[in-house]
Design a protein around this ligand. Structure first.
Ligand SMILES: Cc1cc2nc3c(=O)[nH]c(=O)nc-3n(C[C@H](O)[C@H](O)[C@H](O)COP(=O)(O)O)c2cc1C
Length: 183
């Protein structure tokens, strides 16, 4: 598949099982993250790679965050299963730097590009991946539990694994309504 075909056919896949990306493939995935556009080269991101026992630790943090906000048992039960949707989660967060020419929003974009690059790299290596957020991405308890420095943002939870189901390709959409040409 050409690079253009790969780009045009990209698709998330949340049907994931073990094995997770192995060490060699994970290295490629993380290297792709660091190859994204980055104004002033600030590396304004941080990646927590969570698998195996780490999934249980992450679940404890999720449970703590849910319990602090609600006594809804359904939400609690859902939170207990979340981390196990895939054998590996990469939590992508910002690591904002002070820079006179690079506002936080640009740094957030770079961290988002890193998440996308990792999803694409995982796809190129044959893995499935799904980028999710939800309330837990905006929880201070989750951020603190992960040791994410105050004032930073969780950009997403990138679920990674082996596809347990192949999805049919979504039709690609026409871009006319989003474009304006000035010639
Ligand atoms: C920042 C961000 C957060 C997202 N959060 C969720 C989420 O919590 N749950 C979800 O089902 N999809 C979420 N998505 C969307 C999926 O990752 C995916 O893009 C969507 O299901 C469309 O599928 P596609 O990527 O194959 O086009 C999020 C996407 C982005 C960029």
């Amino acid at each position: 598949m050409s690079a253009i075909e790969f780009l045009l056919n990209r698709q998330s896949n949340g049907f994931l099982r073990a094995p997770a990306p192995n060490t060699t493939d994970l290295d490629v995935i993380l290297t792709a993250a660091l190859a994204v556009p980055d104004h002033a080269g600030l590396n304004p991101y941080k990646f927590h790679i969570i698998e195996n026992q780490g999934l249980a630790k992450l679940t404890k943090i999720y449970v703590q965050a849910i319990k602090a906000n609600t006594d809804d048992q359904l939400k609690l039960e859902k939170a207990k299963k979340m981390a196990y949707r895939a054998p590996m989660t990469i939590v992508v967060s910002t690591h904002y730097q002070h820079h006179p020419k690079v506002p936080k929003q640009e740094q957030l974009i770079t961290a988002g590009c890193a998440a996308h690059a990792m999803q694409m790299a995982a796809g190129a290596l044959g893995y499935g991946a799904m980028w999710r957020t939800g309330d837990l991405a905006y929880s201070d308890i989750v951020k603190t539990g992960l040791g994410i420095e105050s004032g930073n943002d969780i950009v997403g939870f990138l679920y990674l694994g082996t596809k347990s189901k192949e999805l049919t390709n979504k039709p690609r959409r026409n871009h006319d309504q989003y474009t304006e040409y000035w010639n």
